[in-house]
Each structure stands twice: as structure tokens, then as C-alpha cells.
Design a protein around this ligand. Structure first.
Ligand code: PRX
Length: 632
């Protein structure tokens, strides 16, 4: 079959050449209480304002709007293999829980513009509270449950929430993981104190409540049953949420998202990228604490009238067929997961892949980390389904590069997230010249402003950091840098070649090495450290730390090395959570640095991966690299 790819190229061209016309058409997908007066205000780039003057509401569009046509159909399908529970909420039931949650928040004094911090596992209340915030115009900030006290305290101080919503515990592999003690610890470290902490008691572990501050969700819920809370209509550019993400400093950035642009962009992506329509069922395995959980567990599917599966559990418990069983049971049409999950499945009996009826499933989408060719091909052939690699970031909120079967079916290539998505004027820019690179030339993946609807509007309360972090990488050119290397081949297929900065990706989790180093350095025996991401066959990367001790004699004590390594890992786990725990801590006398004191991470990573560390003329002390080679 000859495929022209004319349509997808033309669609993309229109979206860039006539941004206003293109997005004005797409904006009809959602309800506007008041129409906008201008589609795009780009008078103050790199800040872009979409649908200026228009008033709408994410909760109304994601919930209320579907009540007339599909009130009794499934909306939120919650499956927990951790606690052996399954609850299907129809649109009517979802609407009711969201109303109650909004009334509860209101009773705690939450009004438009207030922040609500959500520190919850994959339970329905997380979605209820997010949507309730959206209804009230309150700004939610969801913190990943795998993060620990230090991360949480940083986010509490930056977002300054009036209310924190949490729980007694999450669960992993059938074992409860307490949340409340971590939250209490975070609140003992943070300067800011919320007025109230609302706690979902799952009965998994005992929890102590602080009188006056801590409230029980079920008790408060019972007091607000059947309350109707009116929608607060927000100007399109008001903030809907903050989601913190890691970068090159120890301070995570609060990615701020708008209301109208996000609703339009997600709704359109559900059709063009994910091939969905109202009444379909969508299943993303992401945690609610990451951007995929925001865009494609909660908002995207619901905005397009699609049921969403919210899953608490792992891909291999009770067995490695669980994802496929959920797809069969709930007639899922599209699955969104991460390459790591599939690499884990690859190690199990292939018969488990074909045990279930997957006839409802059209496509599988994988994102969040590089999808290696072998994994993509293995899955696609084993299931006989298209596997689509999509590339994006917390900052963009939705895919930058992806096949777009809702626009046109094009042949995919393993190892490539195919083409730029409409709305994103993506380029590969030469780091040296700041000019666009030619075909097959490696450069930095960049996006010409304005960023499309749905992408970040700014960094929470830090416009200046937004500009300096993202738009000042290339001298003389104000272009958004993704901090990823990329390349485009002769046929226009894109390839992502890893990060340009110190951010690493462990099992699809984006982590800042600087944050982990700061935690390693809090151990009293450590003078300084370097944490790097090293290739891992399953997780993509793993964190490995190199520590210089204040007194190296500590290593001579019996078990000195093992004990210190365990202690340092523990410190990281306590501050940043188990996701950030380095797989190894190795001790060296000094770190390889340039004469200006910059740690040579790329050289360290190369040595760890058994590659040639490259040009080392800049190293101040070559013996430091030899030491690293030695301890490896
Ligand atoms: O380095 C890229 C990698 O993950 C980063 C973004 O992570 P996060 O903000 O957590 O957002 C994930 C949204 C899916 C990117 O800068 N990344 C994401 N998707 C891919 C990828 N690398 C290669 N291929 C991908 N498909």
C-alpha cells in the first residue's frame, strides 16, 4: 500500500502556519461558558495565552458535559490488585463524588486560586479531589506517592497549600506502604503549614490524627452528600494545576498549566493521537503523580467522554497477564504504558500475552523513556497490534512527537516516535551554532514559541525561571529547549538520543541527579558526591552514586564500606523515596572535574557503561577517573 503521508504533513503545516484558525476549530470540542475574544495572544513571547477572555471549566467539560448522553455508562473504572477491589463509577456516580469532594473542600475554606496538595496512591479519591479542585478553580498539586518527606516538604513550601489530601497507606506488591508518617515528617520540615489535612482511611495501617488539623475523608463526606456545588467559570489562562518536575538544580520546578488550552489540546489528542471517541475505554498505567497520570488517566479520556481505567498494582501481579485481563474485562480500546513495564513482561511466559481476548484493543502507546527497537517489535508482533512510541514531557502536557492515526495512518519505525505532532513547531538545533540542523545531524530538540495550547504557561510564581530555564539555551535565539538530543532521518522520522542535562530516567520516572546528590551529601560522612544515570536493561537507567568521604579511614572498619553504602542509600530513600535510591554507592578519593570545578558526568557514565570516556584534556586530575575505573 502506497502511503503518501500528505495528510499528516499538511495537517501539521496548517497548525503552524495558521495557528489561530487551526485552534479555533479544535476549541469547538469543549464547552465555553463565555467565548474567547482572541485565540492566541503572543505579544509577550515566550509567554503565550490561548483563548483569551474565554471562560470554561475542566471539571464541567470532563464530567457534567457527559451526563445528558451517557450518565449510566462507566466513567471511572478503578481496579486494585493490591487490595483486590474493583469499583466502576458511572458518569452520574463520578459527578456525585466530585460534587461531594468539592463541597468538602469548600467547607475547609478552599476557594478559587487556593492550592490543594494531593499525596495519594492510585485510588479514586485522587481523581475526585483533582476534579473537585478544577470545579472550584482551586489549583491542585499532586505529589507522586513514591516520593518521600524531603520532596514533599519542598513542594509544600513552594505551593503553600491550604489543604493537603493524603491517606494512611498505599500498597505495593501486596504490602502496605505508610503515607501518613511521611506526610507528618514533611510537615515537621516545611515552613508552610496547611490549615487542614484530609485523610482517606483505607484501613491498611493504623494512623494517628492531629486534632484540629487532620480530618477523616469518610466522615466529612457523609456531611456533604447530595450537595450541589456550582462550577466556577475560569478565564482560559488561569492556572489549573502545578506539577513539579526535576531539572538540573536541586529545586524542582512547578510546571503551571492553564485551563482552556489544556482542555482543548487534550480533547483533540484523544482523537488524533489516541484514536478515541466518546464511549470508548482508555487505560493508562501511569501513576497519578506524573504528567501522564494527569493528562491521560484523569483529564484526557474524561474530556473526550471516554471511560478511564485507574489501576493500582504492578504489571506482574497476580501474574504477568494482568494488564491483558483488565483489557479483556473492560473492553479497553487503547493502552498507554511505559517501555519499562513491557521489558518486565518480556521476562515472563509469552503464553500469558495471548491468553486473553484483546479484540477491543486498537493500539498500544508507550512513552516516558526511549522505546528500544527490540521491545517495541517484540510487543507488536506478540500481540499483533500497532505499538506507538510517543515523546513528550511534563512541560508540554501532551505528545510532541507521535504517530497520529486519527489524522492519518502512517508506517511506524521501531526506535522512532515518528513525526512532530500538530501544534508543535519542533526543530533539531545545533548546540554550537544555534541554527537548525540538517537531516541526520544530531542536535537539541527544540520548539519554536509559542508553545501550543496545553503546554506549560510558566513556572509557578517564577516567570523569570521559566524564561531562563527553557528559552535561553541558544545564543540569539529564543527557542524552547527540551534538553533532549535528537535527529531526523532522510524520510522525516525523528529519533530521540537521550538528555543533554543531568536529568535521568529510571523506569520511566524522571529524576534529577542533583536532588539525589544533595541527599547523599546530607550523610555526615560524605564530603561530596556525583550521581549519574547508567544504562539498565530493564529500567532504562539506574542511579549510581560516587561519594568522597570526609575521612576515608571509615572504609577500613570491618564492614565499613557495606555499612556506609547501606546508610547512604537509606538517606536517599528517606528524603527522596525508593524510586530515587541509587543501585550502588561507590567510594572514591576524588571526583573527576574540569579546571573550573564541573564534575565530568559524561565521562563517568561512559566508564560505568564500559565505553570510551572520550576527550579528557579538560580533566583537572586524571587519576580521579582512574579511581572510578578502579572501583567499577
Ligand atoms: O528525556 C525525554 C524522556 O522523558 C523526558 C520527559 O519526562 P517527563 O517529564 O516525566 O514526561 C514524560 C511524558 C511522557 C523527556 O525529556 N522521554 C519521554 N518520552 C520519550 C522519552 N525519551 C525517548 N522516547 C520517548 N518516547
Amino acid at each position: 500500500m502506497e502511503i503518501s503521508m500528505q495528510k499528516i504533513r499538511e495537517f501539521h503545516r496548517q497548525s503552524i502556519q495558521d495557528r489561530e484558525g487551526f485552534w479555533a476549530r479544535e476549541a469547538r470540542r469543549i464547552h465555553w461558558e463565555t467565548p474567547w475574544s482572541k485565540v492566541l495572544d503572543d505579544s509577550r513571547l515566550p509567554f503565550a495565552r490561548w483563548f483569551v477572555g474565554g471562560r470554561t471549566n475542566l471539571c464541567y467539560n470532563a464530567v457534567d458535559r457527559w451526563l445528558d448522553t451517557q450518565a449510566d455508562q462507566p466513567a471511572l473504572i478503578w481496579v486494585s490488585t493490591e487490595t483486590d477491589q474493583e469499583i466502576v463509577y458511572t458518569w452520574a456516580e463520578l459527578a456525585r463524588e466530585v460534587q461531594v469532594a468539592a463541597a468538602m473542600l469548600q467547607s475547609l475554606g478552599v476557594v478559587q486560586g487556593d492550592r490543594v496538595l494531593i499525596y495519594l496512591p492510585m485510588i479514586p479519591q485522587a481523581a475526585f479531589i483533582m476534579l473537585a479542585c478544577a470545579r472550584l478553580g482551586a489549583i491542585h498539586s499532586v505529589v507522586f506517592g513514591g516520593f518521600a518527606a524531603h520532596n514533599l516538604a519542598q513542594r509544600i513550601d513552594d505551593a503553600q497549600p491550604g489543604v493537603v489530601v493524603s491517606t494512611d497507606a498505599g500498597s505495593r506488591g501486596g504490602r502496605p506502604i505508610a503515607y501518613k508518617p511521611l506526610l507528618d515528617q514533611a510537615l515537621s520540615q516545611s515552613v508552610h503549614q496547611p490549615d487542614h489535612v484530609l485523610l482517606v482511611d483505607r484501613g491498611l495501617v493504623p494512623m494517628s490524627l492531629q486534632a484540629g488539623r487532620d480530618l477523616d475523608y469518610a466522615t466529612l463526606r457523609a456531611r456533604h452528600l447530595d450537595v450541589q456545588v456550582p462550577v466556577v467559570w475560569l478565564e482560559s489562562n488561569e492556572p489549573s494545576y502545578i506539577l513539579y518536575t526535576s531539572g538540573t538544580t536541586g529545586n524542582p520546578k512547578g510546571v503551571q498549566r492553564d485551563v482552556g488550552g489544556y482542555a482543548v489540546a487534550l480533547c483533540a489528542s484523544m482523537e488524533y493521537i489516541f484514536g478515541g471517541k466518546p464511549g470508548d475505554t482508555y487505560f493508562s498505567t501511569s501513576d497519578i503523580g506524573w504528567v501522564v497520570g494527569h493528562s491521560y488517566v484523569v483529564y484526557g479520556p474524561l474530556l473526550n467522554g471516554q471511560a478511564t481505567v485507574m489501576y493500582e498494582g504492578t504489571p506482574i501481579r497476580p501474574d504477568a497477564a494482568i494488564l491483558w485481563r483488565i483489557i479483556e474485562t473492560h473492553r479497553v480500546n487503547a493502552l498507554f504504558s511505559a517501555p519499562t513495564a513491557i521489558r518486565v513482561l518480556k521476562k515472563h511466559d509469552p503464553a500469558l500475552l495471548t491468553r486473553h481476548d484483546l479484540s477491543s484493543l486498537d493500539r498500544i502507546y508507550l512513552a516516558g523513556e526511549p522505546l528500544d527497537e527490540l521491545t517495541g517489535q517484540w510487543l507488536s508482533e506478540a500481540l499483533n497490534k500497532p505499538v506507538i512510541d510517543n515523546y513528550w514531557q511534563t512541560e508540554t502536557g501532551w505528545p510532541i512527537l507521535s504517530a497520529q492515526p486519527g489524522v492519518e495512518e502512517v508506517p511506524t519505525r521501531y526506535g522512532s516516535p515518528t513525526f512532530p505532532v500538530y501544534g508543535f513547531d519542533v526543530r533539531v538545533v545545533s548546540e554550537a551554532s544555534g541554527l537548525d540542523s540538517g537531516p541526520n545531524e544530531k542536535g537539541v530538540v527544540a520548539i519554536e514559541p509559542p508553545l501550543p495550547p496545553g503546554a506549560m504557561s510558566t513556572i509557578w510564581r517564577n516567570d523569570e525561571r521559566f524564561v531562563t530555564t527553557y528559552f535561553e539555551s541558544f545564543p540569539g535565539r529564543q527557542t524552547y529547549s527540551t534538553s533532549d538530543w535528537g535527529r531526523v532521518d532522510d524520510d522525516g522520522y525523528w529519533f530521540i538520543l537521550g538528555r543533554t542535562d543531568d536529568v535521568i530516567n529510571v523506569a520511566g520516572h524522571r529524576l534529577g541527579t542533583r536532588e539525589i546528590e544533595e541527599s547523599v551529601n546530607t550523610h555526615p560522612a560524605v564530603a561530596e558526591s556525583a550521581v549519574v544515570g547508567v544504562a539498565d536493561p530493564i529500567k532504562g537507567q539506574q542511579a549510581v552514586g560516587f561519594a568522597v568521604l570526609r575521612d576515608s579511614a571509615l572504609l577500613d572498619a570491618p564492614d565499613g564500606r557495606t555499612r556506609l553504602e547501606a546508610e547512604i542509600k537509606k538517606v536517599v530513600e528517606q528524603r527522596n523515596g525508593a524510586v530515587a535510591r541509587p543501585s550502588r554507592i561507590l567510594f572514591v578519593g576524588s571526583l573527576p572535574k574540569t579546571r573550573s570545578g564541573k564534575v565530568l558526568r559524561r565521562a563517568i557514565v561512559a566508564l560505568c557503561e564500559g565505553r570510551d570516556p572520550g576527550d579528557l584534556t579538560a580533566v583537572e586530575d586524571p587519576s580521579a577517573l582512574e579511581q572510578i575505573r578502579g572501583v567499577l
